[in-house]
Design a protein around this ligand. Structure first.
Ligand code: ZN
Ligand code: ZN
Length: 346
């Protein structure tokens, strides 16, 4: 038998002598070009089946792209493939593949040129954002009253700065939609975790209470689990600073609104009291600054102060506290009448 190429007569491999066979042997099958996919919104790169955000460099990306798209000759043993970028023109890389291996017990190596192209894609997180996907709704409400414009503006600014902070580490930290409703504002947030954090921080900033509920809104077949959406209600308190509330049969004037507690001056004892937001539902707002009225002191004794009831002009005797030592007869003072009882406002 003779070699098809050189007519030498010796042992043949696929019709060729050993030397012609090695010369003709292709170590790898190289396609016209290899590709890799980059998210056109955030620049994440698709590596195998995973989107990688960063710390994944050009030469590594290119090498992965090439290795994925070439086929190694099955007859080649002890294969070693390395790749190198020669030039880069925009979305096109000119590269070289260095292929090594052994065939017919001979070492063999060859270089192959290949082009690598960037394919624009959209990663799942960006596609969620663009399709308006959201996992949670922050419901900004005021308890027993309308939200004030100032409160809405402050909440808008607060949420926007929280989003800017959280989106650095969570790509679903975005607001898809802000909806103005009669009862308040709804903010649709991509990530449940982000929404939860924002709501907690809003409560710390503005007071009030948070309640959360969730519903199944679908099913993720690929991960075979239910998809939930949460509604996180941030309910601002019915009262502001200087308003009057009733709590455990005492009247208090709100002095300070804090994250865990709020502080009120107990008008029976004339002492400040801290009340946890957990107690909020036991509180009723009973008055505000507009209900404060001026009246005249008609008598002072060591233990009592007598004033005119601002509605009936009848005299009423009130207990005198240490803080009221400087009140004199004839002086005009502020009082509030709540549930038929008069309290002196200092
Ligand atoms: Zn030959
Ligand atoms: Zn993306």
């Amino acid at each position: 038998m003779f070699c098809l190429l050189c007519n030498n007569e010796e042992k043949l491999y696929d019709g060729l002598c050993k030397s012609c066979y090695l010369k003709e042997f292709e170590l790898v099958n190289v396609p016209e070009y290899a590709t890799f996919t980059v998210c056109s919104h955030c620049g994440a790169t698709l590596k195998h089946d995973k989107w990688i955000e960063s710390a994944y460099y050009d030469d590594e990306i290119i090498n992965d792209a090439i290795q994925k798209d070439i086929t190694i000759n099955e007859k080649l043993e002890n294969v070693e493939i390395t790749t190198e970028i020669l030039t880069n023109r925009g979305t096109m890389y000119d590269c070289i593949i260095h292929a090594y291996g052994q065939v017919l017990e001979e070492s063999i190596e060859k270089d192959y040129p290949i082009e690598v192209k960037v394919v624009k894609g959209v990663c799942p997180d960006c596609s969620k954002f663009h399709s308006g996907y959201y996992e949670a709704v922050i419901q900004l409400r005021a308890d027993d009253r309308k939200l004030e414009d100032k409160e809405i503006q402050e909440a808008d600014e607060f949420i926007s700065s929280e989003i800017q902070r959280l989106c650095k580490t969570n790509k679903l930290a975005y607001v898809t939609e802000r909806i103005v409703l009669k009862e308040g504002i709804d903010y649709q947030v991509g990530s449940h975790n982000a929404a939860h954090k924002i709501a907690e921080n809003m409560q710390k900033q503005f007071g009030g209470i948070i309640t959360e509920s969730r519903k199944i809104v679908g099913h993720d077949k690929s991960k075979s689990r239910d998809l939930y959406r949460s509604w996180i209600s941030v309910r601002l308190p019915s009262f502001h600073k200087d308003d009057f509330i009733e709590y455990k049969n005492n009247v208090l004037r709100i002095e300070k609104i804090g994250s865990h507690k709020f502080v009120g001056l107990n008008l029976e004892k004339y002492e400040s009291e801290s009340i946890s937001w957990k107690e909020y539902d036991k509180i009723v707002k009973v008055g505000n600054t507009d209900d404060v009225k001026a009246t005249t002191v008609t008598n002072v004794t060591p233990t009592e102060i007598q004033v005119l009831d601002p509605d009936t002009y009848m005299t009423v005797d009130l207990n005198k506290k240490d803080t009221m030592k400087n009140i004199n007869i004839g002086q005009e003072i502020n009082v509030i009448k709540l549930k038929n009882k008069i309290y002196i406002i200092m």
